[in-house]
Design a binder for this molecule. Sequence first.
Ligand SMILES: [Mg+2]
Length: 215
Amino acid sequence: MKPKLLLLDCDSTLSSIEGIDELAHLRGPDVYREVVEQTNRAMNGDLPIDQTFELRLQLIQPDADACCKVAMRYLENLAPHVEQTIELLRGRGWTPIVVSGGFVQVIGPLAQRLGIDRIEAVPLRFHPDGRYAGYDSDYPTTRNGGKAEVVRQLREELHPERVVMVGDGISDLETVGEVDLFVGFTGFVRRQQVVDRAAVVIDSFEQLPALLETA
Ligand SMILES: [Mg+2]
């Protein structure tokens, strides 16, 4: 049987926080300020995502310990109703997959809590003692259009019957055209571009099952 894929953004969707900001916070106010500045430059289109990605990680140098701390923050800030909703939809034949520009190791515990086996996100590398040792700069979500690329790869690999993407950001919006249904999520952040271009918008996971019945 062909799967039905439920692709879920992580930051500001499954959880209210932005993982990269939390990692930067742990490094003190100067690093935080500079990381936010890089993020804004990327958002304004002054810098391509792959360049800011590298710069921000160089500033933060996220080690295994910091990743564990932020992984806990994801769990403490889970979106309301998300656990029940995913369980319900799994029972109706949907396969949930996290598709994120965040980091595999940081998202791991949250995915596990939600019973999600597959995480499409950026792998970090650590030295044996836990120090930061870089990241997989080839991974699609380190660059513009990365999530659309992930969707295309999943289609080739799994030949799904349907593909639905749920997310709050511009990088999520880039999957419009690749997915069967794009659901804008405004539970934590409301971006006008996403609201304008999403086929449908929800502000709570509670609204998702009814939406997918008809999708
Ligand atoms: Mg997001």
